[in-house]
Design a protein around this ligand. Sequence first.
Ligand code: TRP
Length: 448
Amino acid sequence: MAEKSRGFTSYIGAILAAAGGAVGLGNIWRFPYMLGQNGGGAFLLIYIFFVLFIGIPLMMTEFIIGRRGESNVIGSYRNLSKGNKGWITLGIFSIVCALMIYAFYSVVAGWTLNYLILACRNQLNGLSTEEVAQTFNTFTQGSFYPVLFQFLFIAITGGVVAMGVQKGIEKFSKILIPILFILLLLMCVRSLSLKGASEGLKFVFNPDFSKITGKSLLDALGQSFFSLSLGIGAMITYGSYIRKGDNLFKSSLWVAICDLGVAILASIVIFPAVFALGMNPADGPKLVYIVLPNVFNNMPMGNIFAIVFFILLNIATLTSTMSLLEILVSTAVEELHWKRGTASILASILVFGMGIFCTLSFGPLKDVTIGGKNIFDIFDLITASYLMPIGALLMTIFLGWFYPKTEVRAELSNDGKRKVRAFEIYHFILRYMAPIALIVILISGFFK
Ligand code: TRP
């Protein structure tokens, strides 16, 4: 059986691997600061709405393309479009996006690894508020250390991916994702037991719709894409590894539940602590690296919780970088016939080569800017605000308009073996709702 040797060995393995790809810095670092900047509870509700009605259908779309196409991003489009050059180009476009996302994502991955080591060596403990900020600035604005940690993170990811889909990606995800949940729950208990924690809970769960603007809607939709790893074929690649008999709707639902669960739990860890210790919830990207270390410094046994927190952040990040690298490696292995080990090394070197510029854009290259944005910001902006929605839009056009509806139904129902009750609803979202929502985000993105 071809799919046996090529892909994941079990249903739970597939879900945990895809959940690992989805759960990442986006959930623990980006989501809480977006929530903080957009007023809390109301943003959460809008976010949940987008995950349910746009995110899950789009994840199903990627899974269908991958499992029906039985190949990497380029190969899947080729197989399903019978060699149409336009759609193959869309596969190539996905590869370029994956490279760019991985390049800037690996910068923050490097910070995360550095912070784990700082926490383990007890070097964050006992610092004043200014010193915590200074530690972050000195580190990120340097050149040697941030590049070194970025390199290490890319190398670890490359090592896991080189071990293969089953022995690397699936096995690591199966072990690491449950650990991540346990650590996260532990952190929740700690945070909720702080005096004054209820203010933070109110912030996360009490919706105040007066804070919602057009920008909040866009932020919520963009965040749901980034968090669920949609638009560039990560889920096409993993979808191609899902066993033929597994239920694609349920798999997508579980992955989305894990992803949403981690985002909410991370907010329950962060905001009660931030409020209890009188910090500012709207502090933006600094929240995890500057605000939290201060929070840990002010709580009993804070250094232990700092270690736990940065372990879980590293786990989340690693399973995501694995999914980014796998997009590239699966393509190199199947299209260029490279060995998996060689492909992992060469793809990692390429990413590192691009990623260095993103890292140095906080230090020596900080004056290289376009419209006030450094290289890192430009990579982030171009991918998250434009390329991912464009990729997703083209995917919905491919599966909703180009690829026969009967075939879509066949794949979702496992060739008729499973009833798909809400197929018409799914197909309606695929054909109309999702593309329209995507066009709206894209157009408003241009006027931002
Ligand atoms: N979803 C991950 C996060 O939330 C990031 C990520 C991993 C990603 N693979 C991706 C984003 C593919 C877009 C596409 O951190």
